[in-house]
Ligand binder design. Structure first.
Ligand code: PSU
Ligand code: MN
Length: 299
């Protein structure tokens, strides 16, 4: 493993001592937010995890090495460099074999976290079933990863750039334990509710940790998606966001965007129309990292 994976000293020490560690993805840095807000956010999220008594491990592939924990220079590199791939399950080994640089999506971060022995991972939003799936077949590999890799993923639900009811249907089919944090309303990233209902919820980090432990005991190897709604203060109503999303989708169609480029394109077009959406994104990610840290302490 040493030839392909490099664990930062701080993270290795924590793992060796069975101390709490929280994984963070790097696609949000390289493809999810503009510079310099991406770098500031990456640092803010790491600090939030430390504040809650856990060790952060931002994950990325640099020069073909899977890095578990990035230093300041590496975070800066991921925030600034062009030509950083957006890696999922299919191309993670490719990037390693070709000594390339790549940011890890939720799927790839889960794989790497599992390899390193990290059980909890915080992000903003996960990928899902795209609107218009009937024609495009565009379904994020994140959903399939959640079905087979036993890592707890804390997110603010999924953005309504996706078809949320179909995303939840597929998660059910795939056997992913989707649990609302303090709510039965599946959150839609910027909004506390998507209109889609959940029937499992947890009210404390301990409850989430216990559920995970039981799943492991039962040898149910799928992941868990903890849906943590954005705080009321930073919420943006579905009405406002949906208009921006409709416009973004129209632009994507006109520009013939497809495949891997789709999600980053839509994200950037939303923020262009509603600048405070970036603020909300930072806040929900921060709240997710705090919750992930608390969960990690209970494991
Ligand atoms: N959704 C967001 N912000 C993001 C992503 C999704 O609101 O940054 C990123 C995550 O890294 C996620 C990836 O894993 O996009 C999904 O990409 P795709 O739809 O191409 O699978
Ligand atoms: Mn896709």
């Amino acid at each position: 493993m040493k030839s392909i994976m490099e664990i930062a000293p701080e993270v290795e020490k924590a793992l060796n001592n069975s101390e709490p560690v929280v994984a963070l993805e790097s696609t949000i840095i390289s493809h999810g937010m503009p510079y310099p807000r991406n770098l500031e956010t990456a640092i803010l999220l790491e600090n939030e995890i430390r504040l809650h008594g856990a060790t952060p491990a931002t994950i990325a592939v640099i020069g073909g090495k899977i890095k578990i924990g990035l230093n300041q220079k590496e975070l800066e590199y991921m925030a600034k460099a062009k030509n950083i791939l957006k890696l999922s399950r299919m191309d993670l080994p490719y990037a390693v074999s070709k000594s390339l640089d790549g940011a890890t999506t939720v799927a790839a971060t889960m794989i790497c976290a599992k390899m390193a022995g990290i059980k909890v991972f915080a992000t903003g939003g996960v990928g899902g079933v795209h609107r218009g799936v009937n024609e495009t077949f565009d379904i994020s590999a994140d959903l399939f990863e959640l079905s087979k890799t036993s890592v707890i993923v804390v997110s603010a639900g999924v953005k309504s750039i996706l078809d949320i009811p179909k995303t939840l249907e597929l998660l059910e089919t795939l056997g992913v334990t989707v649990i609302g944090y303090g709510t039965y309303d599946f959150p839609s990233f910027y909004s506390r509710s998507s209109g889609s209902k959940l029937y499992m919820k947890a009210d404390t980090p301990e409850e989430v940790a216990n559920l995970y432990k039981i799943k492991i005991k039962m040898e149910i190897k799928s992941g868990m998606l903890v849906a943590n709604p954005i705080s009321k203060v930073h919420e943006i109503s579905n009405n406002v966001i949906d208009k921006a999303i409709d416009k973004a989708l129209e632009m994507a169609k006109k520009s013939k965007i497809s495949g891997k480029a789709m999600t980053p394109f839509l994200l950037s077009k939303i923020v262009e129309q509603i600048p405070r959406a970036l603020e909300s994104n930072v806040h929900l990610a921060k709240s997710n990292t705090a919750l992930a840290a608390e969960i990690s302490k209970k494991l």
